[in-house]
Design a protein around this ligand. Structure first.
Ligand code: GP9
Ligand code: MN
Length: 645
């Protein structure tokens, strides 16, 4: 035993076993991988092994004692990699991908969140490393200075490859076309492990960057056929109803629809927004079955979807990785067809989410970022400017714009981890014991109050009455890591089905001169906004490559795809490979042909949208004869760059 412990190979196997156990424990306790049969359970145990053998095995090529040092170094790197995923997952319920890594400036701003996401018990994750180092120090004296026979490391690497092949084949039996078809990273980690996922992700990225080079003008034709076929023609009454009106678009950060009318300990959380929903005199129409369709890009995905009617990417944020693509976005169309000036107002640094680059390609004329606002310490929390001063200081900026304008106002305070100064909190936190969930209600209330104040100021400035105003939630605020707290608050189990239903975010629209319809039941998603806005302007959406359809149209397509290939219709939902009846929440054992066909349609739609982004296909497309591609050299953002402009 002692001999074995003090040999190089012994040391190697101890490292493998400890890292293997650690990886498995992390899979089990940190990630929510939905293991639902014994094959998946078995693969979860098996899958770290191949990566351990291959990566740690490489260390055995080093000579003498250096092999031990290399084992420790590689083991530490693998631990660091896994732990980074743990922290990332706690917030995003998702794994790190290469594109998210290139968004490091965004990680920087997440500083506060990261501290909040780490816990003391995380120290357990380095226990094996400490043991390993101690063992190395104690036993290295017995190690020979020679290189071990080369056939040993080769054998180990071969073993790693064999284990991986077995792993992949078993995974393919349980889930055919795992690596080809899947839209969901969760599956790949579940079947192949976090390390293999990282390799898959890297290969995927090389592939997508070559896609642009290989794409040519014929590729856009099949996309065009699809979107023209899906197109829904405008409703006569609404077509042109808001022509030439100012458009004010309000982004409610992390706001989910369950907050509407929700009472915390008997008290309404968002009384002002509730009044917009219920008070018919205010002429808002509320879509209670409206869904966000974002992925890893979060806010950036919401912006991308709401201005392009293209899906975000399965990995990373299109704003960052496809920020230099050609777009034919809503601001450009409004400018060219309606003489609009467009502006984004947001109290954060202009480079966050690569906004100062991608906005040029969207044709956004003005970007009032944090450099335009008073960012003194008492006005800032978490990511940036608090919502109340943000809205206050935005009024003169709006007034300064040439009309008609399209202004996108992005709030920020109601953002994970939902920090709020005591003076700003006018409602008690919830009492689930899950701190970010508990505070979620306080920042929601703050956002609600800031919106009320903004509406008052808009009315005073004379901008309110004659403007088209729409308000939407960008993405979920409470991930499925908080199911315990959520089930307490909603008094029901948070099943997969329920979780999908919770992806509702509010959509409220007021069209000047048009009576509000109160609460409507139409199913719709963020992808539907661009065609809706175009038709309200009296601009036909048909010539443009848009994957959504006009929500006011009688032909509006009311199935709502999610980015991972799941989707929801008024009658049933398709979630994680299972069809559910919306009324009962029960599984549908025998899905109809129509249901299965819709799944294919959704997958095809996502694939085509991805093709547009990966191939940068809009560079080959001319929507109308007089279309002028956006000249990005003309845009400058940030107060300091005004002179250049
Ligand atoms: C940052 C803000 C937050 O400017 O938009 O982005 P999110 O973390 O929600 O994607
Ligand atoms: Mn957001």
């Amino acid at each position: 035993m002692k001999k074995m412990l003090s040999s190089k190979m012994g040391f190697f196997f101890i490292a493998v076993i400890m890292l293997w156990i650690k990886s498995y424990l992390i899979y089990q306790f940190e990630f929510n991988l939905d293991i639902n049969n014994s094959m998946q359970q078995f693969l979860l145990i098996l899958n770290p092994l191949s990566s351990m053998l291959i990566f740690l095995g490489l260390a055995l090529f080093a000579k003498g004692k250096r092999a031990g040092i290399w084992i420790i170094v590689i083991d530490s790197l693998m631990t660091f990699f896994l732990y980074a995923n743990v922290v990332f997952y706690r917030f995003n319920s998702d794994f790190i991908t290469l594109p998210t890594l290139t968004q490091t400036s965004n990680f920087g701003s997440l500083g506060g969140s990261i501290v909040d996401l780490a816990t003391w018990h995380d120290l357990l994750y380095i226990v094996d490393l400490v043991i390993l180092i101690a063992l190395f120090i104690k036993t290295r004296g017995y190690w020979s200075n020679e290189r071990i026979q080369l056939r040993k490391p080769f054998l180990i690497l071969t073993g790693g490859v064999i284990f991986f092949t077995v792993n992949l084949s078993l995974a393919e039996i349980d889930r055919p076309q795992l690596l080809k078809r899947t839209f969901d990273r969760n599956y790949i980690v579940k079947y192949l492990g976090a390390y293999n996922f990282a390799i898959y992700d890297a290969i995927q990225n090389v592939k997508t960057s070559t896609q642009r080079v290989l794409a040519d003008s014929s590729d856009i034709t099949e996309v065009e056929n699809y979107t023209k076929n899906k197109y829904a023609k405008p409703d006569d009454e609404m077509f042109g109803a808001a022509k030439g009106k100012n458009i004010i678009k309000i982004h409610l950060e992390s706001f989910q629809s369950f907050l509407i009318d929700y009472k915390l300990d008997g008290e309404e959380v968002t009384p002002f927004i509730n009044s917009l929903v219920h008070d018919q005199k205010q002429n808002f129409t509320y879509y209670e079955n409206f869904f966000h369709q974002t992925e890893q890009g979060k806010t950036a995905d919401a912006e991308h979807i709401l201005d392009n009617s293209l899906y975000g990417l399965p990995q990373g944020a299109a704003f960052v990785t496809k920020g230099n693509n050609t777009y034919q976005a809503l601001p450009s169309i409004l400018h060219q067809k309606g003489g609009y000036t467009s502006a984004v107002l947001h109290g954060d640094n202009k480079s966050f989410w690569n906004r100062d680059e991608v906005y040029k390609h969207l044709g956004i004329d003005e970007f009032f970022d944090s450099s335009y606002y008073d960012m003194s310490e008492d006005k800032v929390i978490n990511y940036g400017l608090k919502d109340k001063p943000f809205f206050k200081e935005s009024i003169p900026l709006l007034e300064s714009l040439d009309q008609p304008f399209y202004a996108h106002m992005m709030t920020l305070t109601h953002h994970h981890p939902y920090l709020i100064d005591e003076d700003d909190a006018s409602i008690e936190p919830a009492k689930t014991g899950d701190p970010s969930v508990d505070r979620y209600f306080q920042t929601a209330r703050y956002l609600d109050e800031s919106l009320e104040q903004f509406f008052k100021d808009l009315k005073k400035s004379g901008l309110y009455d004659d403007s088209l105003i729409y308000i939407y939630g960008d993405h979920y605020g409470i991930s499925d890591n908080h199911n315990r707290a959520m089930s307490e608050l909603l008094d029901e189990d948070i099943t997969d089905f329920k979780q999908a239903q919770l992806q509702r975010v509010p959509l409220l629209i007021k069209v000047p001169g048009v009576e509000g319809k109160g609460t409507v039941k139409e199913y719709a998603g963020q992808m539907d906004i661009v065609p809706t806005m175009l038709h309200l302007q009296g601009i036909d959406a048909k010539p443009y490559i848009l994957f959504g359809t006009d929500i006011f149209s009688k032909e509006h397509k009311n199935f709502v795809p999610f980015r991972n290939g799941d989707f929801i219709t008024p009658k049933y939902s398709y979630i994680k490979d299972v069809y559910y009846d919306n009324d009962t929440g029960e599984k549908i054992e025998k899905p109809t042909k129509e249901m299965k066909d819709l799944k294919e349609t959704v997958h095809r739609e996502l694939e085509l949208s991805d093709k547009v982004l990966y191939g940068d296909l809009l560079r080959f497309y001319e929507p109308t004869k007089d279309w002028k591609p956006t000249d990005t050299s003309k845009y400058f953002y940030g107060k300091d760059d005004q002179d250049k402009k």
